[in-house]
Ligand binder design. Structure first.
Ligand SMILES: Nc1ncnc2c1ncn2[C@@H]1O[C@H](COP(=O)(O)OP(=O)(O)O)[C@@H](O)[C@H]1O
Ligand SMILES: [Mg+2]
Length: 879
């Protein structure tokens, strides 16, 4: 343990030194400017020691006291069910009753600040990719977000709980503590922090004790709002504080003076101006922040758990603190007080005449009796509770609007009333400085039940750990998505939204971010040529690392579905399942289940014999060779004879395959041929646009074959190489049990070969078709959808509130809202409402709106490269 220097700091020299002490909170008419020097005098902050703030006689206390801090993270908004809230409520009561000791004061700060520049650096600092387009987009995205940040539109939400603890002995700056007293005081504060931490964790909050430096920074941000989102100074501990020798006037004997930067001098760096009658101005002239406070005036008539979340959702302010105070009354004292009030009211009641008793006193007594009954029956303690919003704005007008918005947001809390502090803001702002051991002036008595209702239940979600794809949540905080969590663990994703909502756009944005971060192999299957441009643009002409495969009858493509991965001579279980399902497209199983079973056995037998036959030739067999085997099969592989009845069945299957494989059939010229296209490129694009929308059968066959290619690539490439496969309009491909079995095996096995599957479809009901597979899908993106309540509830096992949320998603110029959900198998579900948005430049890289795509093609021809083409379009747009 380090000890700190208790030497008293002299007042800072120079112009900041006050000529006459100003009284905080009681400005003269017209207010009075308070400068750094004045502030120092008024504050109890003494110093930090081992993560404990020591306070010198904070107002209302005769003793030194300490305060500790804990940073907490509430869970995300999207999944707050009423039941969960009720549970939370019980646990929060424990936090207040046990976590904040009697006669101590707990405080909760919700800090909503413009994110500091560092918050965006992880997105900027991802190493360059070898693919030009994704670099351009990533850089563009960083600049776009940085611009938003500078306009205060990228936020960081943080939650802190602080709690006071009395010192063990009476000491102060004048009567210094002994080292033993110091140790004992720190121990006591530690115990208070540990208890609070335990109760907060018990209530389901992620919670962490704050270090001295973190405590310093919270106070610093609060006190210096103009610098809060820039680079913050670190706390300088006593042993590192510099000695400053002020320059002496010439002639006088040099008398070097030791000058220590006290904690207070480190904290109070910004002048405060209280001249205005309506609010505070904090900061040097020209860069002032306008600060106002509003508080709840009375205990609300009714409260509900989690109401704060609803208030904050309505609050339209850019930067603010919500400060909740919970001053734990001693229950004995409360009892005594209540008894006294009761007696007083009794006697007041008698003061009316016999005919007209004192009605007011009667009503009060009724209320009082109710409160006493509630306290005795629930064991609730009572608290003095305060809730204040500290609003920070760049201009007086912005502050006025924020205040208005606060008033209307707080109207949700019935009967509470709101005090706008106006010029008194200084006073309230002061009394709420973090870690000052004080109590605010605007508090009301409340029971534990009511007090707990004020606790914040939710926070915006931060998404995954890795800064791969970054988006803003509805609350303008940042959230991350990455489909690869562990070193070899791919997570599948599913995108649901009606046509035109932006599935393709969103997935391209996701893909570009993942290509930058992971350089994966990517396969895209598309029905509308929407991805074609994007995939083509990923590759440059020399590398030829992208391939476009037109895959529909009539195209010159040949793709043998019987191909095996290099080196294999017989199909593995997955390949077998694939081929079986493929044959079943053309030869549906018999309705007689015994016969269907025999057919299956015969198909598998013929497959294995066909592969065995061509093994020596070192090539893949063709489907017509498989049909020939079926036709001629007489023996099983183990040497047993095939009975006549089954031989006939096998020949019948072969017969039914004939028309599908013929020269004039749609598929024969493509499938019953050796493969003639590159299916090994890093960026594969299968274009199914030549298949009519109505031709479901044909599309299913095509998708089925592409799936097999994806799977082969996954097997061919080492596990360390990441892979992504994205299939648009996926729902329609799953029709039969075989389809389902194949896809479900693929999804299951894909994860372990580091292949993330992405599926997009139009309605949530399509989820029913792949039910059982939802276990394998971790990320969900839901656009504005009507219906699907049953899927949300039964398949995704999410609360009904999510259905309502997704039907109310908003869209605006250049953005669409989506519900982003992370739903891992065992871990907690998490998610939030996010905005999918791109800069105007990236928009032009991605749009597939036909008119815009045509314009881009035209400019591309004219300028020869995408970057210049898009720049020319942007220039024209700007003109
Ligand atoms: N988040 C977005 N921001 C801006 N424009 C978008 C966004 N999402 C979609 N768009 C526009 O809408 C068009 C249609 O979207 P698209 O992704 O093709 O929809 P879907 O695939 O769901 O049918 C896009 O080409 C693009 O111009
Ligand atoms: Mg689309």
């Amino acid at each position: 343990m380090t000890t700190f220097n208790f030497k008293r700091a002299p007042a800072p020299p120079g112009p900041t030194r006050p000529t006459s002490p100003a009284r905080v909170g009681r400005p003269r008419k017209g207010g009075q400017q308070l400068k750094v020097g004045n502030l120092l005098r008024e504050q109890p902050h003494w110093d930090l020691l081992d993560d404990v703030m020591f306070l010198d006689k904070p107002s209302g206390r005769d003793k030194l006291c300490t305060e500790v801090g804990i940073e907490i993270e509430p869970s995300s908004r999207l999944f707050q069910t009423n039941q969960k809230l009720a549970e939370l409520h019980q646990m929060v009561k424990g936090v207040l009753q046990q976590g904040v000791a009697r006669e101590e004061r707990g405080r909760l700060y919700i800090e909503v600040q413009t994110a500091p520049p560092e918050d965006l650096h992880p997105y900027r600092d991802v190493p360059e990719s070898e693919h030009e387009l994704v670099n351009l987009m990533a850089q563009d995205r960083y600049e776009y977000l940085e611009q938003l940040r500078q306009k205060n539109l990228v936020k960081r939400w943080r939650f802190f709980m602080t709690c006071t603890s009395r010192a063990t002995a009476k000491f102060s700056k004048e009567a210094r503590p002994t080292p033993e007293e110091l140790v004992a005081t720190v121990r006591k504060a530690d115990a208070a922090a540990a208890s609070l931490l335990g109760y907060l964790r018990g209530a389901g909050y992620e919670a962490r004790r704050m270090s001295s430096n973190e405590m310093f920074k919270l106070a610093y941000r609060y006190l210096n709002p103009g610098r809060a989102s820039g680079r913050l100074p670190n706390w300088v501990p006593p042993e590192k504080r510099v000695k400053v020798v002020p320059t002496q006037p010439k002639g006088k004997a040099a008398r070097p003076r030791e000058r220590l930067f006290t904690l207070k001098e480190q904290l109070f760096q910004t002048p405060v101006n209280n001249e205005d009658m309506s609010h505070l101005r904090i900061g040097p002239t020209g860069q002032q922040k306008h600060v106002g406070t509003v508080s709840l005036a009375r205990v609300p008539q009714r409260t509900v758990t989690g109401m704060l979340a609803r208030v904050l959702e309505k609050l339209d302010a850019s930067t603010y603190y919500v400060v909740l105070e919970f001053d734990h009354n001693d229950p004995m004292e409360t009892d005594k007080k209540l008894e006294v009030s009761k007696n007083r009211l009794f006697s007041q009641m008698g003061s009316g005449t016999k005919e007209a008793p004192n009605v007011k006193a009667q009503a009060k007594l009724r209320d009082l009796n109710q409160t006493i009954k509630h306290l005795t029956s629930t064991g609730d303690h009572t608290y003095r509770v305060g809730m204040t919003l500290v609003l920070i704005a760049d201009s007086a007008e912005e502050l006025r609007q924020a205040k208005e918005s606060a008033v209307s947001a707080c109207a949700i809390v019935p009967g509470s009333g709101l005090v706008k502090h106006d010029f008194q803001s200084l006073f309230q702002w002061f009394s709420l400085i973090p870690f000052n051991g004080q109590r605010g002036q605007f508090m009301f008595e409340a029971t534990e039940t009511t007090a707990s209702d004020f606790f914040p239940p939710v926070a915006p979600w931060k998404g995954g750990d890795r800064p791969t794809w970054v988006v803003r949540t509805r609350q303008n905080s940042l959230a991350n998505v990455d489909f690869f969590t562990g070193p070899t663990n791919a997570n599948h994703f599913a995108v649901f939204a009606p046509t035109g909502y932006g599935k393709t756009f969103t997935v391209m944005s996701l893909l570009s971010a993942h290509i930058r971060a992971h350089n994966p192999f990517v396969t895209v299957v598309d029905r509308k040529e929407d991805f074609k441009f994007f995939i083509r643009s990923l590759s440059d002409d020399q590398k030829k690392n992208s391939a476009v495969v037109p895959f529909y009858p009539g195209a010159a493509t040949q793709l043998n579905p019987m191909d095996l991965p290099e080196g294999d001579t017989k199909p593995d279980a997955v390949k077998q399942a694939f081929l079986l399902a493929l044959v079943r497209y053309f030869v549906p199983p018999s309705s007689n289940s015994r016969e269907a079973g025999e057919e299956k056995a015969l198909i598998l037998e013929a497959l294995s014999q066909t592969y065995r036959r061509v093994k020596r030739e070192g090539r893949s067999p063709l489907l017509s060779e498989f049909a020939a085997t079926l036709n001629a099969m007489e023996m099983y592989s183990d040497g047993g004879p095939i009975a006549g009845e089954q031989q006939a069945l096998a020949r019948s299957i072969a017969l039914r395959l004939r028309p599908v494989l013929g020269e004039d059939s749609p598929w024969g010229p493509i499938l019953d041929r050796p493969t003639n296209v590159n299916t090994h490129a890093q960026f594969m694009y299968y274009d199914l646009s030549g298949i009519a929308d109505s031709d479901m059968e044909m599309r299913r066959v095509a998708l089925h074959i592409v799936n097999d290619r994806i799977w082969q690539a996954a097997k061919r490439l080492p596990r360390s190489v990441r892979k992504i496969a994205f299939i648009d309009e996926f729902g329609s491909q799953i029709q039969t049990e075989e389809d389902k079995a194949f896809v479900s095996t693929t999804l299951r096995l894909a994860r372990s070969s580091n292949l993330a599957f992405g599926l997009a479809t139009q309605t949530l009901e399509d989820m029913n078709r792949i039910s059982g597979m939802e276990e394998a899908i971790y990320w969900y993106l839901l656009g504005r959808l009507e219906g699907g309540e049953q899927v949300i509830r039964d398949v995704l096992k999410l609360p009904d509130s999510v259905s309502r949320e997704i039907s109310l998603l908003k869209e605006g110029r250049g953005f669409k809202e989506w519900a982003l959900i992370y739903r891992s198998k065992d871990g907690p579900k998490n998610g939030d409402i996010i905005k999918v948005e791109e800069s105007r430049r990236s928009y032009w890289y991605l749009t597939s709106e036909p008119g815009e795509a045509a314009r881009r093609d035209e400019y591309l021809k004219r300028y020869g490269n995408l970057k210049d083409a898009v720049q020319a379009i942007l220039n024209e747009e700007a003109a």
